[in-house]
Design a protein around this ligand. Structure first.
Ligand code: SF4
Length: 430
């Protein structure tokens, strides 16, 4: 019985692709190996978004090459394979096969020759999830042209899946929480004729099937009142807004919609509807032409917006993007300084907001023994809540927050009212 071992790098969308490749390999009769050294087929699902991610992917490939047993096949797939195909194969002779999107990672049971047809990774079935939550990719590609981003050049134009295929996958996964992902999530359905977005009815359909539905990668101009109300109605009042910067002149150079004032008004409007709403965002630092004033504007925004979670990333020049044609390169040392300043400020804000939750009772999803998340934490990128190990994985207990450690919390279960505790204790004493 042939075995495989797969490593996934990059974003949740890549994780979904890996799950589907696992489904294909299982259908081909392959079994998961316990470790890379035992596998007949070693698959690295790579990321190529920015330079840092490419380096990490190359390192993972070389490590796997060292670790694999003699005769095992090393296959590279994912964004690096799609973006650099033959060039990658030429530069890494130790790799047996470079399989761009939709090219099978295994050569089928008999192992002969290059497979003839590409399959549509987006529509492949997924095996039942092994955890109580799962990412579901609802579309591939993107129709925007943000100045720093090469994704449309290798993931292509937006291609939305049919609601039927998405809902079938949601049911097949049998999870308590679905995290909807795509490069440009709120534009879902716009490519399916009549140009209207279909994210709102989709959320409602998914929410009818699972306890929690969460959305990642919301482009701010698509945050309509209808979408906000629909998200709030799911009970997972979590807004992952892809803002990238706030300074108007820099936003124009980034070819991005919006500015700090508009974002602050929208956030305040959502908080007026739900004071407990959680906000996450990502920002790029050091985009060509970023002046001290732009940086100060971002610092002021972070201070005023008091978002719950933020990621700050150094600008990476990407071949073929508008940003790569611009003057005004920011020195790496200055980028590091600005990143450190922003991260320090945000860490303080996040810690303050977490500490303010002490004493609150919260419904959480137990995602593994002793570890849970509330509606305010997305999987893998935000803090977690430590809970009683005896709580069932997949259950939704109410815990009382008794401690905060930076981004993480400690939840007490069962929730005991102090009055009850006092009376219980006095009874014990008496
Ligand atoms: S919305 Fe912009 S940043 Fe996101 S994938 Fe599309 S082009 Fe890239």
């Amino acid at each position: 019985m042939s075995t495989y071992w797969i490593q996934t790098l990059g974003c949740p969308k890549n994780q979904v692709d890996s799950d589907k490749l696992v489904g294909v390999m299982a259908a081909d009769g392959l079994q998961p190996a316990r470790q890379v050294e035992d596998a007949d087929v070693v698959v690295i699902n790579t990321c190529a978004f920015i330079e840092e991610a490419r380096q990490e992917s190359i390192e993972a490939i070389l490590e796997a090459e060292q670790a694999r047993r003699p005769g095992a096949e090393l296959v590279v797939t994912g964004c690096l394979a799609e973006r650099y195909g033959d060039e990658l194969a030429a530069s890494l002779p130790e790799v047996d096969r470079v399989a761009p999107f939709g090219v099978p990672v295994t050569l089928g049971p008999t192992g002969e020759g290059q497979p003839s047809s590409r399959f549509d990774l987006l529509e492949l079935p997924r095996p039942r999830a092994s955890s109580p939550w799962a990412y579901v990719k609802i579309a591939e590609g993107c129709d925007r042209n943000c100045g720093f981003c090469a994704i449309p050049s290798f993931r292509g134009k937006q291609r939305s899946r049919s609601p039927e295929s998405i809902l079938a996958e949601v049911e097949a996964l049998e999870v308590s929480e679905v995290v909807l992902v795509a490069q440009d999530l709120a534009s879902y359905g716009r490519d399916q004729g009549r140009g209207e977005r279909r994210i709102v009815p989709l959320i409602r359909e998914v929410a009818d099937r699972v306890a929690w539905v969460r959305l990642l990668y919301l482009y701010p101009s698509d945050l309509t009142d209808d979408l906000v109300d629909t998200i709030l109605a799911t009970g997972v009042d979590y807004f992952d807004l892809s803002l990238q910067h706030v300074s108007p002149p820099l936003m124009r150079r980034m070819r991005r919609w919006g500015d700090g004032d508009r974002f602050l008004r929208r956030i305040a409007d959502i908080r007026a509807r739900d004071a407990d709403a959680t906000f996450r965002s990502n920002f790029i630092v050091g985009y060509p032409g970023e002046r001290e004033d732009d940086h100060d504007a971002l610092l002021r925004f972070v201070e005023e917006a008091r978002l719950d979670w933020c990621g700050f990333f150094a600008y990476s020049e990407e071949a073929g993007t508008f940003g790569a044609t611009l003057d005004g390169t920011v020195a790496p040392g200055l980028i590091s300084e600005r990143l450190a300043e922003l991260r320090e400020l945000q860490d303080r804000i996040t810690a303050e907001k977490r500490a303010a939750l002490i004493g609150r009772d919260m419904t959480v999803l137990v995602e593994e023994p002793g570890r849970a998340r509330s509606a305010g934490e997305a999987p893998e990128i935000d803090g977690v809540i430590t809970v009683d190990e005896s709580l069932d994985v997949g259950s939704f207990p109410t815990v009382r927050i008794i401690e905060a450690e930076g981004p993480d919390l400690v939840g007490e279960w069962p929730v005991v009212d102090h009055a009850d505790r006092a009376s219980t204790r006095s009874e014990e004493v008496s």
